[in-house]
Design a protein around this ligand. Structure first.
Ligand SMILES: [Mg+2]
Length: 212
């Protein structure tokens, strides 16, 4: 099944690194934004986001992203990301793991590597620099490319077109099945779910076992 593989498309946050602290910081800023927008306290804004996520998930049956919840609450994604880009200092939360760098180096010698994230370019760039993986991707697709957060079929089709690959030539790697992988899997791509660095390192084992 993986014999046609040409391109691997990685998610960034929660996939190439795992940091609960950075996740909390992103949530904190989103809550502060919604609180400002709605004229509420932060506890109430946090509850609004939580309720909205639950409401959307109840209808879709899928995991709901923070971006979609903020949009549904009347937020503007550009403003939310302007705040993330300006205020989040990832250096305080992340450190490089050479095993991840080595994994991507090995994979980049065999496949085209791409990054596809709901994060913005400024913050993603800083994160990739800290992780030491900036130069290993042929192209980076961020929220600014379409302002359509994952999962989105229009954005997905556009990316495959830009990288010049058919679905069966692609593998998507991510930490949230509903957000990163369900759509690519439906469209015929290979997918790999990883929620820890150890699981991510297992990707190479699979590739070696498939002897591709
Ligand atoms: Mg992720």
């Amino acid at each position: 099944m993986l014999s046609d593989l040409k391109a691997i498309i990685f998610d960034l946050d929660g996939t190439l690194y795992v940091s609960n602290e950075l996740g909390r910081e992103i949530n904190r800023l989103a809550i502060a934004y919604i609180a400002e927008l709605k004229g509420t306290g932060t506890a109430q804004a946090a509850a609004l986001i939580k309720e909205m996520k639950a409401e959307i998930s109840a209808v879709s049956g899928l995991d709901t992203t923070l971006s979609v919840a903020c949009l549904e609450l009347g937020g503007d994604l550009r403003e939310l990301h302007r705040r993330f880009a300006e205020q989040i200092k990832p250096k305080a939360f992340l450190k490089r793991d050479e095993r991840v760098v080595d994994l991507l180096k090995i994979l980049s010698s065999r496949y085209e590597l791409y990054l596809y994230t709901n994060n913005n370019l400024a913050l993603s760039t800083r994160i990739m620099e800290i992780l030491g993986v900036s130069k290993l991707f042929r192209q980076v697709f961020t929220i600014e490319d379409s302002w359509l957060p994952k999962p989105d079929r229009t954005a997905f089709i556009k990316i495959l077109h830009e990288i010049g690959s058919e679905p069966e030539q692609c593998m998507f790697v991510g930490d949230r099945y509903d957000v990163d992988l369900r759509l690519p899997a439906t469209e015929g791509c290979a997918v790999f779910l990883s929620s820890s660095t150890d699981e991510l390192l297992g990707l190479l084992k699979i590739m070696n076992e498939e002897n591709i």
